[in-house]
Design a protein around this ligand. Sequence first.
Ligand code: ADP
Ligand code: ASP
Ligand code: MG
Length: 611
Amino acid sequence: MSVIVQKFGGSSVATAERIKAAARRAVRAKQAGDQVVMVVSARGDTTDDLIALAQEITEQPPAREMDMLLSTGEQISVALMAMAIHEMGEPAISFTGVQIGIRTDSTHTKARIREISTERIREALREGKIAIVAGFQGVDEKYDITTLGRGGSDTTAVALAAVLKHDATAKEEERRVECEIYTDVDGVYTTDPRLVPEARKMDAISYDEMLELASMGAGVMHSRSIEFAKKYDVPLMVRSSFSDAEGTWIVPETEWMKQVVVCGVAIAKDETRILIDGVPDKPGVSHRLFSLIASQSIAVDMIGQSFGSGGKASIGFTVLRNDLNLTLATLKPLVDELGAVIRTVEDVSKVSIVGTGMRTHTGVAEKMFAALAAENVNMKMITTGDIKISVLVEKADGAKALKAVHSAFNLQSPRPGAGVNGEQILEEFKSRPDHRIGDAVRDLAQATSRLAGMEDIVISGVSLDDEYGRITISGLPDKPGNCSRVFQAVAAAGISVETIVQNLTAVDQAEISFTVPKSDLRRALIRTQDVVRAIDPKISVAGDSDIAVLFVFGVGMRTHTGVARTMFGALAQKGINISLITTSEVCVSVMVELARGKEALQCLKEAFQIP
Ligand code: ADP
Ligand code: ASP
Ligand code: MG
């Protein structure tokens, strides 16, 4: 016997027929001898309809009341599902988030789970009932209803699987938990198959890759659900509710995954780029700006800083279109106080490639940029992370850019993990020992066991790298292909580029910074100068070998808005200036002066309580 958590998304319960089909699936699992927990979303477009209804009443609905309203969608689904199962002659019981004690913080409309009590679910399961839980909702300290953010039912399902698996009071067989996500596609694809029909289904993908893809826009999974899966070691399968085909496993990283340079591409269509000009270039200023935004639980991305003349910097970043108004209102007083101005606010799309193999393979960025240049797509901002590269493009270019990048990496063709060795990969995974011993896994488990709330941030390590030097190009005309030419020339010299950040500074000019191994700095500088002089002799190129890069590793770092705040805050307190920032779900890195590298490392270790 095992416990199976089956999650059904909105389209899987949209009609009475589909509810019955989902019910049959649960009954089948139960009759095969397993205990079954179902997590159900609101039916079809219910959540969208409820939002539209609120908008008819007011443009700014109070967040608490919004949660009261939105949570009703899931309540309808669980009741209907319980009725359908009763009709099939099996006992079932429906629960709202309050009834099974899904405790969250009070951040209405994007609350985080603190704890879930297993008592009521265990009781129902032991009585032989199918337990049906409303996804997406919880309750705060004051018993006010909260919701977890759009797509949050995935997170409910994985969090439930995690608590059931780690429930020390239960018998061993009751702690054998599997989690299946039933949806309207038969797995995770190399990109959204609705946008790129040639996309290919994957047999398996690692937690980190899925986390980055989901965070960068792959709506098939709620990114926070993958944080739970990774931290609590819950294997997941995404599969179709309309067929019995094997879906995609989301699992810990295995050896073969390192061969996969790019596993998928994601697009975030509704992003907004904000550029703040005239920010004093002093330690602590970015801390103040990003702290303020973080205090509203707004996740930023693609941070780029550039230094103009007279000790002023310009800082660019992106937020979700939905968070724009709140971001601007939050920043206004500080921007005014600093004597800075918000110069650009523009709707854009973000295209990102993700793959574990990027850690070890070079030339990936160059290939992506060349594909975009060939399609005449202009890159407005670029940031690279440990296992991802994101490029910001004009909104109208989004679909074209996605297709170009997907085909540049040949993602429509079979490869390990997507159409080759599928069976073998799954066997390997299914037969893994229950307690894999590995430093990374052990460190993560230790860090996770110290958490106060289940969804709190886990930081697994901090490190310092002083082997790199930086090249900065200022005033590069913002035209398709310019950036690609630089990286092609550097790659042609056999030099590997590590971090890249490009930011638009003036109306039609870009500033690009990138790092290369110190031993290659001089050669890279000469190559870069050759390329940019051919574009315009006035463009300036500078090399700097006195830098150090600090990396903070963890799980869910971008969406936990407090991480960057803690990091910038700790460095600001010591008066250490940050010159380059990259963020992703698995790593945040900042660049500082070489002379202060060790001190910065120590200070971050203390800030994150890393021994
Ligand atoms: P549910 O209501 O079941 O939670 P969602 O609409 O949230 O379903 O997620 C499924 C949808 O995600 C698919 O219909 C597909 O269009 C979209 N999607 C985006 N990226 C991907 C991807 N990489 N692989 C599969 N589906 C994707
Ligand atoms: N019903 C919620 C939404 O539409 C949660 C979910 O479906 O996961 O976002
Ligand atoms: Mg979903």
